[in-house]
Design a binder for this molecule. Structure first.
Ligand code: SF4
Length: 505
C-alpha cells in the first residue's frame, strides 16, 4: 500500500458518507465522476502516477526513515537540501504532465510544517504534539494519503484580531479529555474535494487573547459537520460541455470554502492547542515551504506556455522572425528566474534540528514567490502577443464539428500545411486555458500569501542597516566597518532564532 497507483487513489476517494461537497449549489456524491471536479481528480492523480512512471519515479519516491520504506515523495519529510531541490524539480515535471496545479503540495508542506513546529516545541519540553504527529505521519506514509492543507481563514475585517471577530477565524469551542470541537471556515483551500484528509493550521501570528484560534490538527475530509463549497473558475463551464478541444488540457485545480460546523477532532490528531506563541512561527515555516514550491510548478506551466507559443508561431510561419525569437527568449528568462530562485531556496536550505529538519532558505523562498506574482503575467502577455488575436476569437470545437461550417473554418484558419486547422485550435485552446487559468495567474498572485506578505517577509530578513554601513564605509562617511562573516546582509528569521542550533546551513 505504501506506493499507491493513481487508480488506487481515485478508487479511495470515490465513496463518501458524511462530508457535504457542493458545486454550483448542488451536492456532489462522487467527485471522481462529476464533470466539474473530475479534471481536478485527474491532476491530483498525477502525483500518484509520478511515483510509478519511469521518467519521474526517481523524483517521485523517497526513503522514509520513519517507516523504513520507500514512500511517495508527497508524504516525505525533507531530510536534506537535495530533498528540497527534488521537490521543486518534481513539481516542474508534474506541471508538464497536467498543465495544471495538481494540488497535493499544500498538504505536503503542511506535513513538513507540523513536523518542524512540533519538533521545535518538543525541544522546549512539550513533547506530546511531536509524538502524536510522528504516529500520524507513519499512518499517512503507509497509506499514501491524499492530504489538503488548510491555513487561510476567511478573516472578515482585516483590522480586527481573531478574538474581536470570532466567526472569521476557525476556533476551538470545547476541549474534552478525548478531543476538541472546532467551528469556523477555511477559504481558498486547494484540492479539498480531491483529498482524503485535511491538515488545519492557524493563519497568522496570535496574541494570548487569541489562543482559542491557535490550533493545528488533522481530520478526515469525510467527517460529520464538514461542508465544502467549490469555487468557480474562468472557462469552467467548458468542463460541462463533454468536449475534447475547448476545455484542454482537461486537468485543473479547484479551491473550496471549507466549513467546520462543530467538528470533533480526537486528541491524537491535535498538534497545537492554544500555543499562541508558536502560531506565527508555524505560518512562517509553512509559507516559506509553499513559496519555494512555486518555483517548480509555475515554471513547469511556463514551459507549457512557451511550447504552445513556439508552436503557434510555427503554425503561421513566423517562428524565425527576430521579434518572435526575442519574445520567446524573454519568456524563457522569466521562467528560469522563477525556477532558479526555487532551486536556490532549496540548496541554500536551513537546518532547524540536528537530525534533519530541513527548512527552505526564507529569503529565496519569498523572492521566488514574489517573482511568481509578476512573471506569469508577463509570460502570458508575450504568449498572447505571439498567438495573435485568435486566442480571444477562435471558433468553438462545436463549429469545427458542424459539417456545414467545417470546410470554411479549415480553409480560412489554415496556416502552414504541416498542421491542420484542428491542430491550431487545439493549441490555441491549450494556451488560452492555461495562460489565463487560476493556476497560472490568480494562484500566482494570491496562493501561499498575497504579494505584500512576501514583501514584509523580505523586509524582515534584509538588513538595510548593514547595507547602509557598507555604503557609508565605501563612501568614507564612516572610516571603519565590522564586516560580517556571511556574504548576505540578512537577519535571522524568528524560526531560525528559535532553533537550538540557530538555524544552521
Ligand atoms: Fe502544488 Fe503549485 Fe498547486 Fe501549490 S500552486 S499546490 S505548489 S502545483
Amino acid at each position: 500500500m505504501v506506493l499507491r497507483t493513481g487508480e488506487e487513489y481515485v478508487n479511495a476517494i470515490r465513496h463518501r458518507n458524511k462530508v457535504e461537497v457542493y458545486v454550483m449549489g448542488k451536492e456532489v456524491k462522487d467527485v471522481t465522476e462529476h464533470p466539474f471536479l473530475k479534471p481536478s481528480v485527474l491532476a491530483f492523480k498525477a502525483t500518484y502516477d509520478a511515483a510509478h512512471e519511469e521518467d519521474s519515479k526517481s523524483l517521485g519516491r523517497a526513503w522514509s526513515s520513519f517507516i523504513n520504506e520507500e514512500v511517495n515523495r508527497f508524504t516525505h519529510i525533507h531530510r536534506s537540501p537535495e530533498d528540497l531541490s527534488a521537490k521543486v524539480k518534481l513539481l516542474r515535471k508534474i506541471s508538464h504532465k497536467t498543465g495544471a496545479c495538481f494540488q497535493r503540495c499544500v498538504g505536503w508542506d503542511a506535513l513538513n510544517t507540523i513536523y518542524v513546529t512540533s519538533r521545535l516545541m518538543a525541544e522546549r519540553g512539550k513533547k506530546e504534539y511531536y509524538e502524536r504527529f510522528v504516529e500520524y505521519l507513519k499512518y499517512v506514509q503507509k497509506n499514501d494519503i491524499a492530504l489538503a492543507g488548510a491555513m487561510t481563514d476567511v478573516k472578515g475585517v482585516r483590522t480586527l484580531r481573531p478574538n474581536e471577530q470570532p466567526h472569521a477565524y476557525l476556533r476551538v469551542t470545547q476541549v474534552t479529555k478525548d478531543g476538541i470541537y472546532v467551528s469556523g471556515a477555511k477559504a481558498n483551500i486547494t484540492g479539498i474535494a480531491a483529498s482524503e484528509e485535511i491538515i488545519v493550521m492557524p493563519t497568522r501570528a496570535m496574541s494570548e487573547k487569541d489562543k482559542d484560534f491557535a490550533v493545528a490538527f488533522s481530520i478526515p475530509l469525510d467527517t460529520e459537520g464538514i461542508k465544502v463549497i467549490i469555487g468557480r473558475q474562468v472557462n469552467d463551464g467548458r468542463r460541462l460541455e463533454d468536449g475534447e478541444i475547448d476545455g484542454l488540457p482537461y486537468r485543473t485545480n479547484h479551491e473550496g470554502l471549507v466549513i467546520f460546523d462543530n467538528v470533533f477532532v480526537p486528541m491524537e490528531r491535535v498538534f497545537m492547542l492554544g500555543d499562541w506563541q508558536m502560531s506565527g512561527i508555524l505560518v512562517e515555516i509553512f509559507s516559506s515551504y509553499h513559496r519555494q514550491g512555486y518555483g517548480g510548478c509555475k515554471s513547469g506551466l511556463g514551459d507549457v506556455i512557451i511550447g504552445a507559443a513556439y508552436n503557434l508561431a510555427k503554425q503561421i510561419g513566423v517562428e524565425k522572425a527576430p521579434h518572435i525569437q526575442n519574445k520567446l527568449n524573454e519568456m524563457v528568462l522569466l521562467n528560469e528566474n522563477m525556477y532558479g530562485s526555487g532551486i536556490a531556496a532549496s540548496l541554500d536550505a536551513v537546518k532547524l534540528c540536528e537530525d534533519g529538519c530541513w527548512w527552505v532558505n526564507p529569503m529565496f523562498a519569498n523572492v521566488t514567490k514574489q517573482l511568481v506574482t509578476r512573471f506569469p503575467y508577463e509570460i502570458t502577455k508575450f504568449s498572447t502577443d505571439i498567438a495573435g488575436g485568435i486566442i480571444g476569437t477562435a471558433p468553438s470545437e462545436w463549429d469545427l464539428k458542424n459539417p456545414k461550417l467545417k470546410p470554411y473554418i479549415e480553409k480560412y484558419l489554415q496556416g502552414m500545411m504541416d498542421y491542420s486547422t484542428e491542430d491550431r485550435l487545439r493549441m490555441v485552446r491549450l494556451l488560452e486555458n492555461i495562460g489565463f487559468s487560476v493556476a497560472f495567474l490568480i494562484e500566482s498572485v494570491h496562493g501561499a500569501g498575497s504579494p505584500e506578505a512576501q514583501r514584509i517577509a523580505i523586509n524582515r530578513v534584509y538588513d538595510y542597516e548593514y547595507a547602509e554601513k557598507i555604503a557609508k564605509y565605501l563612501s568614507q562617511i564612516e572610516k571603519r566597518i565590522e564586516f560580517k562573516e556571511n556574504a548576505e546582509p540578512w537577519r535571522r528569521t524568528d524560526t531560525e532564532k528559535l532553533a537550538n542550533n540557530g538555524g544552521q546551513k
